[in-house]
Ligand binder design. Structure first.
Ligand code: N01
Length: 548
């Protein structure tokens, strides 16, 4: 434990999702540091606490989208379906929080208003919305990548007479769509999961689509007792294997280049993966995400499935994506999405040529037509990756707000540390693999790396650790370089910040693979935290080595 006297706690942790739960657990049990956690919600679970819309499920399979650090936890918990529902994942988060007795370290229903560095005392002051302050030596943000929900600034929205719900802030009591006319804005993952469920209940659903989306069938199924027993026996090996993969998941490996394999082999592979369900079609070939011609082979395959499923040719044409390479906007995983457009009570309105002009008192207005509805569902996404961090109003050295430091995009060293923001760590921050991977695997790696670093620094009497500007620039350039070897930058996506007016256009995650990233992080730590400035308050900086 720290001997610093002017602090309330050693570490402030923001967020009680999977990242906050595990980081807090390690800080208490491994580092023996005092922790104050803050969580805006009334309970743990993060994304799974807020995204309670109908049909919400994870697009990573349950057996891998779960913690691997504790064998007791993985042996006691049993998943019931291949793709877990939001309620089941939330139950799991609560189960883990109980096992680790983690809630005692958190203040729930407590929003962080600002976090400010004090140069004199080398401490952070966290101010919460209720005006209380907490002084700490370290701050760890565990705010997730998709927690800052985004509602477009539609004129007239305030005067709409019906209910409005964003998928990312769904009412806990649920929404009863029975006998209601519903308008859904957006066709990303949240919309694609919720529309089929809403359509089953509502009198009528109108979907407003700006960009047609590629989605693949989940082919969900129950996990039987025998299957789960096999998984439990294999967990240690599965977890180790997941760490060696690009995305931290266990998927069938690519069979080769789509351009070099013969057509029959390509077709058979896509058929097999489509039939088995989930996003593995994206992983069928080595060049899907790097070569436009190869990409179009998989894209065209999915387009064919859409045309074969949707009965009305005009609707099928509208639903067929043509605006971006497949996978460069996050691939969606659905249950009966395209089939839903065969229902009589579902209509699709393209807002590509004619954007939503305003929200009238009765509903969205497009091309002069007001679409009457009782409930308006905003499936309009998030200010991703940097948004949740910027909303914390963080101010670093010399009074520099994070918003200014990031005016040209989220700059960070390893996605873990920002130059000018000492003793602050960002779990799954910009420049780390985060959303391109299984988030829980990436969260575990970050929480373990950060707490190992704190252990090493505390033992050596180091007071502050901070990315050097040179290391940060080097990492940002490398992240961009890697992104530019892929097709990702070719889409207008939330990965690129395109969905937020005025946001810098930068590919935010590291696309080099979770396995590569892990070894880079290990290498940095092994080299005495290369690229970080480490200093003691009574001495000049001890180490200041630019990134190699
Ligand atoms: O958000 P999105 P999401 N007028 O940004 C449209 C994760 N997630 O909440 O594409 C009209 O993908 C926008 O249109 P366009 C997952 O990582 C995971 O669905 O920008 N339309 C788009 O269609 C996912 O990628 C799971 O042209 C407007 C939609 O709103 C991420 O969260 C489930 C508009 C937003 O789609 C975000 O998904 C759910 C406007 N003014 C979410 N503004 C699973 O694990 C926006 N749109 C399965």
């Amino acid at each position: 434990m720290s001997t610093q006297h002017n602090i309330d706690v050693d570490v402030v942790v923001v967020g009680a999702g999977f990242a906050g739960i595990y980081a807090t657990h390690l800080l208490r049990t491994k580092n023996n540091l005092t922790v104050q956690g803050f969580e805006k919600g009334s309970g743990v679970g993060g994304t799974w606490f807020w995204n309670r819309y109908p049909g919400a499920r994870c697009d990573a399979e349950s057996i891998v989208y779960s913690y691997g650090f504790d064998d007791e936890i993985q042996q006691e918990w049993t998943w019931s379906e291949r793709w877990a529902t939001q309620p089941e994942i939330l139950e799991y988060a609560n189960f883990v929080a109980d096992k680790l007795d983690i809630r005692q370290y958190y203040r729930f229903n407590t929003e962080v208003a600002s976090i400010t560095w004090d140069e004199e005392t080398a401490t952070w002051t966290t101010t919460t919305a209720d005006g209380a302050t907490t002084v700490s030596k370290y701050v760890i943000t565990a705010v997730g990548c998709l927690s800052a929900s985004q509602v477009p600034n539609f004129p007239g929205l305030a005067d709409y007479r019906g209910e409005v719900h964003h998928t990312g802030a769904w009412p806990h009591e649920g929404v009863d769509f029975t006998g209601k006319k519903v308008c859904v804005i957006g066709t990303g993952s949240s919309a694609i999961q919720s529309i089929p469920k809403i359509a089953e209940q509502a009198e009528h659903v109108t979907v407003f689509q700006r960009t047609a989306t590629f989605t693949v069938p989940a082919r969900n199924r129950p996990l039987g007792v025998d299957e789960m027993a096999l998984v439990k026996a294999a967990y240690p090996a599965l977890r180790e294997h997941a760490k060696t993969t690009v995305a931290g998941v266990i998927v069938k490996q690519p069979i080769g280049s789509a351009l070099e394999l013969d057509d029959a082999t390509v077709r058979a592979e896509l058929d097999a993966r489509w039939a088995s369900g989930g996003p593995s079609v994206m992983n069928a070939f080595t060049d899907t995400m790097t070569d436009m011609e190869a990409n179009q082979i998989t894209a065209e395959y999915v387009r064919e499935q859409i045309r074969a499923t949707v009965k009305d040719p005009a609707t099928a044409a509208l639903l067929t994506p043509d605006a971006y390479p497949i996978g460069t906007k996050r691939i969606c995983v659905d249950t009966d999405y395209y089939e839903t457009y065969n229902r009589d009570n579902v209509a699709l309105v393209s807002v590509r040529e004619h954007p939503i002009e305003r929200i009238g008192s009765r509903g969205p207005v497009v091309d002069g037509v007001e679409h009457d509805c009782d409930i308006l569902v905003m499936a309009t996404g998030f200010d991703a990756i940097t948004g949740p961090l910027l909303r914390l109003n963080i101010t670093g050295r010399e009074g520099l707000p994070l918003s200014e430091a990031w005016a040209e995009g989220g700059k960070s060293y390893l996605g873990l540390s920002v130059a000018g923001f000492p003793n602050m760590f960002t779990i799954t921050g910009p420049g780390s693999p985060s959303v391109l991977t299984n988030m829980i695997v990436s969260i575990e790696q970050h929480a373990e790396w950060i707490t190992d670093a704190l252990l090493a620094l505390e033992e050596q009497g180091i007071d502050t650790i901070e990315a050097t500007p040179e290391a940060q620039e080097g990492w940002v350039s490398y992240v961009n370089e890697v992104a530019n070897t892929t097709l990702y930058p070719q889409a207008a996506s939330w990965y690129m910040g395109d969905n937020i007016p005025g946001k810098a256009r930068v590919f935010m995650p590291y696309a080099g693979g979770a396995h590569t990233y892990r070894s880079i992080c290990e290498d940095v730590a092994g080299a005495g935290y290369r690229g970080f400035a480490l200093s003691s308050r009574d001495r000049a900086p001890k180490v200041r080595v630019p990134v190699a």
